[in-house]
Design a binder for this molecule. Sequence first.
Ligand code: AMP
Ligand code: MG
Length: 333
Amino acid sequence: MKNWQDKRVNFALKAVQGAACLASDIQNEMVSEAITKDDRSPVTVADFAAQAIIGYMLESALPGALLVGEEQADILRSSIGREILERITDFVKRLIPGVAPEEVCDYIDRGVDNPGKNYWTLDPIDGTKGFLRGAQYACALAYVEDGIVQLGVLGCPNITPDLKQEKDGEGSILIAVRGEGSWISTLKGELSSDQFRVLTVSNISRVEDARLMRSFESGHTNTSQVDAFQSALGGLADPVRMDSQVKYALLAAGEGEVYLRLLSPDQMDYREKIWDQAAGSIIVEEAGGKVTDLDGKALDFSRGRTLRENRGICASNGLLHNEALEALRTVKA
Ligand code: AMP
Ligand code: MG
């Protein structure tokens, strides 16, 4: 990768690596005991701890840069949040020795900016439901200029660099820089530029062979419309259900052809959050794929915290994009 020494690339890789490895520790140490009790605290701890790490690292690498993070620390500063703040601080200390709870809150709140002309956007744990099920999740960080994503990094602790699902394995980290391609390497261990492998989308162009991806959570999509889409497109394989932007990672690596985010019938006015799509979409585009909304419009990251001007997402390997949009039109009609 040519840009290895670039300040933003360097920061983004190290920050996501630190945050995603810490999240992986938290999933491994906290989730199994909590899963039977319907206790959401592991993901709360991981979400805040990951954002604190990235806020801290941004402030030392690129002071003053805008960060639009999903989380804010208000609740942790109140008395009801004290106990969970202690747990978060204990984990954050593994990367920032001696850090105090109030400093952890300040690092989290490094991410309270609103989007500007140039900004970073962060989903510290994307796929919180997957995290709690012991399944897929990602730490997602992206840099946006004038409404267009220029750099995206995904930390995916539960897929290997050859895209196999493996809990507590070596994990993977993906990066895309506009005009420079998409790359993948091992998440855990020393990052070095010669370890990164270039990613390319699949070259499948027959609709019958298309592998479709959708959210695991039915409430985040429209399951009957996904099925209708599948018949309209003529694809034969069952859709792959998976949490988080790991779906974008698989698409970029050629492990699927079409990824849809359809509007759930209960929330037809839902608009995608910028941090849920920014990193994943550039990774697919730079691997040769295409990402638009359900109407074929380019994603516009200049409209605030949501993709206000877009409806849902249609991502593909590029070769099947027109067919996918056409099938969507027949499903809607
Ligand atoms: P996924 O893992 O694909 O289910 O997507 C996870 C993301 O879906 C979360 O980060 C949420 O921000 C987002 N989300 C929450 N509610 C909805 C909804 N009704 N429709 C679409 N996405 C949603
Ligand atoms: Mg998310």
